[in-house]
Design a protein around this ligand. Structure first.
Ligand SMILES: [Zn+2]
Length: 144
């Protein structure tokens, strides 16, 4: 399960509206609680480095990822997930999303944005033990 504050939830949905018709992407920072719930305490917006196909692909610059991870650690936060938007497509993961997901035990949040308006936000947990058996599994999202 993924828990977000109203502020962070609105912020990642707004990000998708702002970058429409391109995909937005960003990182969820927070902590994992005892029962495995990921609790988001901040979000970090990333630039989409995919200029060839920005409407249906996203990519986070590894240098940006490392910087955000380090700054999070300084605040006592870990990376607990990632988010991106699907302009004019449903909030379901694509085969590319699965192929490019590598952080086991993290949440992958997708927001569908139709005609510039954020519609549905869903989350999937990357489960499995390695690249051959990994899966994206539906998980509940709770906005507090
Ligand atoms: Zn996607």
């Amino acid at each position: 399960m993924l828990k977000l504050t109203r502020h962070d939830y609105d912020s990642l949905r707004r990000h998708g509206e702002e970058t429409y018709p391109h995909e937005c992407c960003g990182i969820l920072l927070g902590r994992v609680e005892g029962d495995g719930t990921r609790f988001v305490t901040s979000t970090a917006r990333c630039g989409n480095t995919r200029t060839d196909s920005a409407h249906n692909r996203y990519n986070i610059d590894p240098k940006e990822l490392v910087r955000i991870q380090r700054e999070g650690h300084e605040r006592g936060e870990d990376i607990v997930g990632f988010y991106h938007s699907h302009p004019d497509h449903p909030a379901r993961w694509s085969s590319t999303d699965l192929a490019e997901a590598h952080w086991f035990g993290c949440s992958y949040v997708i927001t569908s944005v139709e005609k510039g308006k954020a519609i549905v936000t869903t989350s999937f947990e990357l489960t499995g033990s390695d690249e051959t058996d990994k899966r994206l599994v539906d998980e509940p999202v709770e906005v507090a």
